[in-house]
Design a protein around this ligand. Structure first.
Ligand code: ZN
Length: 170
């Protein structure tokens, strides 16, 4: 894969996640002084002017005002967050349902951290039980996504996690 097309997480001036860009654009933002390196990758970038650490996370030096950080909690957005993948067995596409991790009649709420994508088979198997009771394991902990995370199938670099999941627990 072309290194310059690898994904870079852009943080706002206050360290809040803002967007995702590609390495080429991130390098330009850093070279022009508009952003600084926060987390680097394990390789370097070579340009005519020298050698630079490849960025994984950068931070803008100027605060960008953001009005709309969070997508609405809808079936469509839950499927997008979960990359249309059953969060129990990993089946992708097909007939997908939304499962309450803690069942509704046992106090489970309609929140980002209690709703996951599940295939019909897993949803039926789980029934009115918690994952522990059903002996089923979630592939990852459900989370409240920023808008830009809805189209991100995987977190491409584990260095992003502490910025993405820091402040926005539901
Ligand atoms: Zn399944």
């Amino acid at each position: 894969m072309n290194k310059l097309k690898q994904k870079v997480l852009v943080l706002n001036q206050n360290y809040e996640p803002l967007s995702i860009t590609i390495m080429k654009r991130a390098a330009v933002l850093m070279l022009t002084g508009r952003a600084e390196l926060v987390e680097r990758r394990s390789f370097d970038l070579h340009s005519v002017n020298g050698v630079y650490p490849a960025p994984s996370v950068i931070r803008l030096k100027t605060y960008i005002r953001v009005d709309n950080r969070w997508p609405p909690l809808t079936r469509k957005n839950i499927l997008k967050r979960d990359n249309h993948t059953c969060q129990y067995c990993g089946a992708k596409g097909g007939d997908l349902t939304i499962d309450h991790v803690i069942p509704k009649n046992r106090g489970g709420r309609d929140t980002w951290d209690n709703l996951v994508t599940a295939c019909v088979k897993c949803n039926n198997r789980k029934g009115n039980r918690t994952p522990e009771e059903a002996g089923m394991k979630l592939r990852r902990k459900p989370f409240k996504p920023y808008y830009f995370m809805l189209n991100l199938p995987d977190i491409p670099d584990s260095r992003w996690e502490k910025y993405l999941f820091l402040k926005h627990r539901v």
